[in-house]
Ligand binder design. Structure first.
Ligand code: SF4
Ligand code: FES
Length: 314
């Protein structure tokens, strides 16, 4: 076991635990944001730098501070380590820089983006972004692409976090998409424009932290904060069948996997549940899904009135 102190709060964690996961065990405001790390995807992390922290004491044995800020998602704790995140001015300053960098080529199209309201980059922008841009260069642009008949790729919004590539690699058979080219020409693309056509490909939509991969069956149907997320389940022979259905009236506008407090999918779901079961009769509604209090979705305060309605749906 190793004892680590993050923003003055201490915890003992098993050796090999990363600083980010130790912070998640403590919980609250001290947890660094993570745009590329995903606990359910092996090898993820280390790409986006939003999780940088300051290590002011390396360990009990070697108390020297680490010379540079480190990525908390890929740095293991050492016994006696002391870490600054929310309390470190250096980290807050660096995070502003990272957000500015991520937004360099990102279009400011939140008003028309389906991810608005549940976009990690939008949230980071609110917390750490500059009020105005310092660049006047043209943004990198790509044509929009259809990845099969259900998924839309809007590459201009991609931050190259690689999560979708890991999903395709680890959750689906026969990956046919990945990142092509180098530097600012890098782009997510399908191999010779093959479609992603297998049972679990829709999960790339749920792991995408921005609006680069969106569900074509839901695009432009509603802003997410006008919909009511409900836990629902059905008997499915391909996946766990436990999902969140997003209702507008009694209409199922979209189906997603359920996400935990870190915005990560709890259980990956199959495409049949996600794309083909859009009738209320397909689902047993369990009740309103609790969405993190910082989310704009929660502002509608749908939960209490919904509990009453669920009784009638049942
Ligand atoms: S498309 Fe989304 S999930 Fe895939 S690399 Fe880009 S930002 Fe990440
Ligand atoms: S979450 Fe750590 S580098 Fe992206």
């Amino acid at each position: 076991m190793a004892k680590v102190t993050i923003d003055g709060k201490s915890i003992e964690v098993p050796d090999g635990t990363t600083i980010l996961n130790a912070a998640r065990m403590i919980g609250g405001d001290i947890v660094p944001p993570a745009m590329c790390y995903y606990s359910k995807l092996k090898g993820s992390g280390g790409k986006c730098r939003t999780c940088l922290v300051e290590v002011s004491k390396g360990s009990e044995k070697d108390p020297r501070p680490m010379p540079k800020l480190v990525a908390s998602c890929s740095t293991p704790v050492m016994d006696g380590m002391e870490v600054g995140n929310a309390t470190s001015a250096k980290v807050q300053d660096a995070r502003k820089g990272v957000v500015e960098f991520l937004l360099l080529n990102h279009p400011l199209d939140c008003p028309v983006c389906d991810q608005a309201g549940e976009c990690d980059l939008q949230n980071l922008g609110y917390e750490h972004g500059l009020v105005s841009t310092r660049t006047h260069e043209e943004r990198r642009t790509f044509e929009m692409e259809d990845i099969g008949d259900k998924i839309k790729l809007h590459m201009n919004r991609c931050i190259l976090c690689y999560r979708c590539v890991y999903v395709a690699d680890q959750i689906t058979d026969n990956r046919v998409h990945g990142i092509l080219n180098r530097g600012d020409h890098s782009e997510i693309s399908t191999y010779i424009h093959n479609v992603i056509d297998n049972d679990f490909s829709g999960n790339v939509i749920d792991v995408c932290p921005v609006g680069a991969l969106t569900d074509k069956t839901f695009r432009f149907k509603s802003r997410v904060w006008y919909t009511r997320p409900m836990d629902a389940h059905r008997n499915c022979d391909k996946c766990c069948g436990k999902t969140a259905v997003w209702l507008f009236g009694d209409e199922v506008l979209r189906v997603t996997a359920r996400k935990d407090q870190w915005g990560e999918v709890e259980d990956f779901i199959c495409n049949t549940c996600r794309f083909d079961k859009k009738s209320l009769a397909d689902w047993t509604i369990e009740g309103p899904r609790h969405i993190d209090k910082h989310s704009v979705i929660a502002q509608n305060h749908y939960e209490l009135p919904e509990l009453e309605k669920v009784k009638t749906l049942k």
